[in-house]
Design a protein. Structure first.
Length: 334
């Protein structure tokens, strides 16, 4: 699917904004704070169903009571979303819905400047990042993740009460064991797929012989449901004392290795950016393999963070996708 145009009304700082998109690369040029990222956010809402950075009340233009987005594809399909200050409504080919229907979602690669710091971010930030892209790879992963997160929240709430017993948390333990093992297996499989492509893709950017590897760090290695359940039961007294669940896949981390050493500390700034670029290219490739659709590429002011050679590589690797870029400088020569 190729986006033809996007129109915003009372969205962020835009009273009204219209962008006609090109088949290949569209550039949104302007100073910081003029609302460039808001255009990408609007596209994201009508391709994925929700914002990547805020809730609906925060999006409505100050002084307004509603927002509206209209997105038209080249095949004539027109999707609209409105928010009236209380609820959001999608109008997909004139059919009304409270959520963007699954069949109308389109894969998107979102590239933010903060992504370039992924290697040095906290474990929770890396978990969020990989949870996000793994959910794009497989809807079952997202379903497991949501069930796991609901159960961990409920268990942690019980652990904050001194009178809670092991019997009180048992049902949540069972759910955590089932979906924790499922998430571990998903993550292990996806990391293997990424690693099979990571070094070759990095070489296409950096043109050297460095070796890149992504380690999946977890305490759940090769556990079954019974093992996981037993560990939760063993840790109950400690968890009750601390007031939260100390064991599980919600503690996982992902460590990038650069020539067999942790990249955070051994790789230069340029090398870390090349690793993250390689990861983004792999993300787009795997989404295409698994969903048989070319994702739309949304690049939010990342060119200012990259040197000339990496800018050219970014354009080259995404040349077969529809790309929408925001920038404070004219990058049309790339």
């Amino acid at each position: 699917m190729i986006i033809k145009s996007i129109k915003l009304i009372n969205f962020r700082n835009h009273t009204e904004y219209y962008l006609e998109c090109l088949d290949n690369t569209s550039l949104i040029l302007g100073a910081n704070g003029c609302g460039k990222t808001s255009v990408l956010e609007a596209i994201y809402i009508l391709t994925r169903g929700k914002s990547f950075r805020a809730t609906d009340p925060d999006i409505v233009k100050k002084g307004s009571t509603f927002y509206r987005i209209e997105l038209e594809y080249q095949n004539g399909e027109k999707n609209i979303v409105t928010y009236d200050g209380h609820s959001k409504t999608f109008f997909i080919s004139d059919k009304k819905s409270k959520r963007l229907p699954k069949k109308n979602k389109h894969p998107v690669i979102l590239f933010l400047p903060s992504d370039l710091n992924l290697i040095s971010h906290s474990p929770s930030r890396r978990r969020d990042y990989f949870d996000f892209i793994f959910s794009e790879f497989d809807e079952k992963y997202n379903s497991c993740l949501l069930k796991y997160e609901k159960a961990i929240k409920q268990r942690n709430e019980l652990l904050k009460k001194e009178q809670t017993t092991s019997d009180d948390v048992f049902s949540w333990n069972v759910i955590l064991a089932k979906y924790g093992v499922d998430l571990y297996n998903f993550r292990k499989k996806f990391i293997q797929e990424i690693n099979s492509k990571l070094t070759p893709t990095y070489h296409s950017i950096a043109e050297n012989n460095d070796q890149i590897n992504l380690l999946y760090k977890t305490d759940v290695t090769d556990m079954n449901d019974s093992d996981y359940l037993k560990r939760l039961d063993q840790d109950f007294r400690k968890d009750l004392y601390l007031g939260h669940t100390t064991f599980g896949v919600h503690k996982d981390d992902y460590i990038f290795e650069f020539n067999s050493k942790p990249a955070n500390g051994s790789a230069s700034r340029g090398e870390t950016r090349s690793i993250v670029l390689a990861l983004k290219f792999i993300e787009a490739d795997l989404i295409y393999q698994k969903q048989h659709q070319k994702p739309i590429i949304l690049l939010d002011d990342v060119f200012s963070e990259l040197d000339d050679s990496r800018r050219k590589c970014l354009v080259k690797n995404f040349k077969d996708n529809q790309v929408i870029i925001t920038s404070v400088e004219d990058i049309s020569n790339y």
